[in-house]
Design a protein around this ligand. Structure first.
Ligand code: MN
Ligand code: MN
Length: 454
């Protein structure tokens, strides 16, 4: 069903299914505020459904469920199909990193009786959106002996929250003359961390007190910040949005909403002809680079593991398996916002409540950096959707020349596989509070499942 509002024709049962499904999703993003925590959450869900560590598996048969993790920030799961893997797979790929503020390696300093933490933003952010809101810190600190310390401050109801200050309106006449990009500058996104000086200390007594608390609570020293990965993210739970509870407000819908729906589609799907796969990658917001990003050979190696277990060990088998694979690159689309209608071509925009969004291409200017899916493949995807009465729509990212963006689609496309961008429309993308429609969340889950089972 193309471009129709889901709520209009939803039965009582479907309305209930939409609402029920969104509860699981809200839990997932409330806990999964970093890529590491998303991997942890996803693994818990997968293990409950019988998924096993592929590196410990000796044989593969139809219906077997296996996973591999990569450096705790990247996860791939497979359900073995009836045909051998060399015949190709059905892949859903989403990213679990979201824009945020990372602590610098040397973050802690004292100024005018405040202890502060210096940050470096990660991904595309409107910096002014990150001040005067409750923030939390999550991540790990790794000591020289390899001890890994988990840090979580700001979401337990007994925790304090953190935050970044902004200038009072009374003294802001100069600030308000600046462009939005300069109102809050990157170097000023410093988190307020404390204000009590340590007794009998002369220099930097507030900082000394903070270090004492860190030592007592987490048992690490200032120098251990050098080998830490600490992420400043919005504090608080994902919540229902709108009086009719039709939407979800939360941090990190981009792209955990597609990660969760892709994961659940796999976990709830029946074994099909082709091996089903869900891959959750890191680093999409900064170009998909590095060991845990979509450009890593981790995915290729995982396919190689499957092929080896099925005695298809040549390089040609690997290349054939990848080229015969079909993929939906599960990533969010820019939802049409009536308050900013001018940035879209209304007939090629994604609307909340109208189902999964297919982007033939993303990119910017002349489709630069885009995968631009083949019409032969899009035709096949339309057939799959209509067979199961799935609501879908098509869109591009704003008007031509308006801006743009990319996804992981082209990276997997490089393996010579058919890839189409497919995801959920989001309002306020990359803001500390993003919005999605519950109907779209559920419909994407059904769409991904239909894709895997076709
Ligand atoms: Mn994304
Ligand atoms: Mn993004």
């Amino acid at each position: 069903m193309y471009a129709k509002n889901i709520w209009k024709d939803a039965s009582e049962e479907k309305m209930q299914a939409i609402m029920d499904f969104s509860e699981g999703y809200k839990k997932f993003i409330t806990k999964g505020k970093t890529e590491r925590l998303c991997v942890q959450e996803a693994l818990e869900l997968a293990k409950a459904k019988g998924y096993q560590d592929l590196s410990k598996v000796k044989t593969l048969k139809v219906g077997d469920k296996v996973y591999l993790t990569n450096m705790n920030k990247n996860l791939v799961l497979f359900q073995i199909g009836k045909k051998p893997v060399v015949e190709g797979l059905r892949v859903l790929g989403a990213h679990i990193d979201s824009p945020r503020l990372d602590l610098k390696q040397n973050p802690l300093y004292e100024k005018n009786d405040f202890a502060l933490l210096d940050t470096h933003y990660y991904g595309g952010v409107k910096k002014y959106q990150w001040v005067t809101i409750p923030l939390a810190i999550y991540g790990v600190v790794v000591k020289k002996d390899g001890t890994l310390i988990n840090v979580a401050i700001g979401d337990d109801e007994n925790d304090p929250v953190l935050g970044i200050s902004d200038l009072l309106i009374h003294l802001a006449s100069e600030q308000l003359q600046k462009t939005a990009a300069k109102v809050i500058e990157g170097e000023d996104l410093d988190v307020t961390f404390g204000s009590i000086p340590l007794k009998d200390t002369e220099k930097d007594a507030v900082k000394a007190n903070i270090l004492k608390i860190l030592k007592d609570k987490y048992n690490f020293e200032e120098e251990d910040f050098l080998s830490a990965e600490l992420e400043v993210v919005p504090a608080g739970k994902a919540r229902d949005y709108g009086l009719d509870r039709s939407m979800i407000a939360g941090y990190g819908h981009d792209d955990r909403v597609c990660a969760y729906t892709s994961l659940m589609a796999l976990l709830d799907s029946k074994p099909s002809d082709y091996t089903s796969c869900c891959i959750l990658v890191d680093k999409e917001e900064v170009g998909s680079i590095g060991a845990t990003g979509a450009q890593s050979v981790f995915f290729e190696n995982a396919i190689l593991d499957l092929l080896t277990l099925q005695n298809n060990t040549s390089l040609k088998d690997l290349r054939l398996a990848l080229a015969r694979t079909k993929m939906l690159s599960s990533d969010v689309s820019a939802g049409f916002d009536p308050l900013f209608a001018g940035v879209n071509d209304a007939k090629n925009a994604a609307y909340l409540g109208r189902g999964i969004v297919f982007n033939k291409y993303t990119g910017s200017r002349g489709k630069s950096g885009s995968n631009d899916a083949n019409p032969e493949y899009i035709g096949w995807v339309r057939m799959v959707m209509d067979k199961k009465d799935i609501h879908f729509q098509t869109a591009e990212l704003g008007k031509v020349d308006q801006g743009g963006g990319g996804t992981i689609a082209y990276i997997l496309g490089n393996y010579n596989m058919n890839v189409l961008d497919a995801g959920i429309a989001v309002l306020n993308m990359h803001a500390p509070m993003e919005i999605v429609s519950k109907a779209d969340v559920y419909e994407a889950y059904k769409a991904y499942q239909a894709f895997l089972e076709e």
